[in-house]
Design a binder for this molecule. Structure first.
Ligand code: MN3
Length: 241
């Protein structure tokens, strides 16, 4: 117990290695998978790797300040609200988020959303989805371009801070939604519920240094970074129709 509490105190620091955990025989491999979901993982690329679409300073501040703080505050909220990250999965926590504090909601969401956001971007990706995901997008939205327009509209229309999502709803169909603040479609309080497979951060901290008030320019540029292979992987994990 002491080990876990000690871990939670230190896990808010960005980039702590899983190998540095005070592992005991009580922590199983499933526990480690759960625990990793609650920690900030290393960025899969450098801060400058997404230039010119997202600038290095924005990436560095976004990752080391904003996102790191969500991870730290999530660890604090887990201690205060007696959530054990070795036995609870982060998606399960989000699915029951209405039973927890606003601090838990904001930071569990903030941490989950950013960990997904870093993965669904990469430098110089394939520019379009392929395979089953491409088929599902065409079937649902008419065409890939029509999907991009609808998703971009959702991102532009989100008033203030929030996210735009492509998700697989619980009935297996694809949908576009947007959520305020750090909410996401996994949450039981979300208007459109399901498994997010693509998310776009439209908080000003994600784009203001380079794009200022021009959110539509940021959205248009962001399509150059979408890691469709990863989105496909997320799609394959769901029970799509
Ligand atoms: Mn953000």
């Amino acid at each position: 117990m002491q080990n876990r509490r000690q871990f939670l105190k230190t896990s808010g620091k960005a980039g702590i290695a899983i190998a540095a955990l005070p592992l005991t025989s009580k922590i199983s491999s499933t526990s480690i998978v759960n625990l990793k979901e609650f920690q900030q993982q290393a960025l899969p690329y450098g801060y400058a790797a997404l230039e010119p679409f997202i600038d290095a300073m924005t990436m560095e501040i976004h990752y080391t300040k904003h996102a790191a703080t969500y991870a730290k505050n999530l660890a604090d909220a887990c201690i205060a609200e007696k959530v054990d990250p070795t036995t609870t999965s982060l998606p399960e926590l989000l699915k029951n988020i209405s039973h927890y504090s606003p601090k838990m909601r904001n930071n569990a969401g903030g941490h989950y959303n950013h960990e997904l956001f870093w993965q669904i971007m990469k430098p110089a990706p394939a520019t379009t989805p392929s395979g089953k995901l491409s088929d599902a997008i065409n079937k649902t939205f008419g065409s890939f371009d029509a999907f991009k327009t609808a998703f971009g509209d959702a991102a532009k229309a989100r008033f203030g801070s929030g996210w735009a999502w492509l998700l697989v709803k619980n009935d297996g169909s694809l949908a576009i939604s947007s959520t305020p603040n750090q909410d996401n479609p996994l949450m039981d309080i979300a208007e459109t519920k399901g498994a997010p497979i693509l998310g776009l951060d439209v908080w000003e901290h994600a784009y203001y240094l380079k794009y200022q008030n021009k959110r539509p320019d940021y959205i248009n540029a962001w399509w150059n970074l979408v890691n469709w292979e990863y989105v496909q992987k997320k799609f394959d994990e769901t029970n799509q129709a």
